[in-house]
Design a protein around this ligand. Sequence first.
Ligand code: AMP
Length: 191
Amino acid sequence: MLNIILFGPPGAGKGTQSSKLIEKYGLVHLSTGDVFRYNIKNQTELGIMAKSYIDNGQLVPDEVTNRMVRDFIERNNNDQGFIFDGYPRTIAQGENLEQVLQDFNTEVTSMIALEVDEDELVNRLLERGKTSGRPDDQDESIIRNRFKVYNEETSPLADFYAQKGKFIAVQGKGSIDDIFNNLCKAIDHAN
Ligand code: AMP
């Protein structure tokens, strides 16, 4: 199985690249942000609970997110593997993912990080907010808060996987196709 964590700050292009990668490698895409947004739209209990965190650019509590991810993996277990987009976002989530995959006799293949600088990202997100309908993409202070959370809580995961020899950084600036080619090279090399 190929289990790839596509890592990087908000707006780095994880969603766009994930769609292309699942097609090429036949993987199942788990975007925790998409799952939350689906639940918000359908006003499920999970969605109602998650909405206030998401609207403020904060993380949904680990316990809730971790349970949701375990359920998703259980329901979508397959032979090819997964691409994790927007998960894990804390060390506790990284530890949970290790455990869940171990329970399914598999493991993370690599964490691949898309590297883009912050000013470029703020502009990308504000631009995306004009058409995405996402309230968390339309307000610069919420966007800045998402970066703060990313820098404080999420970026330590790079070390967590580097220590396991599973961290690969890829330049996230350039055309969608160039970035995609670089990601494919990184995946093929790691696999
Ligand atoms: P994303 O679509 O990945 O940018 O996620 C949008 C928002 O959903 C984030 O700002 C968080 O509020 C929430 N979210 C998504 N994934 C996670 C996660 N792994 N842990 C906690 N909150 C998450």
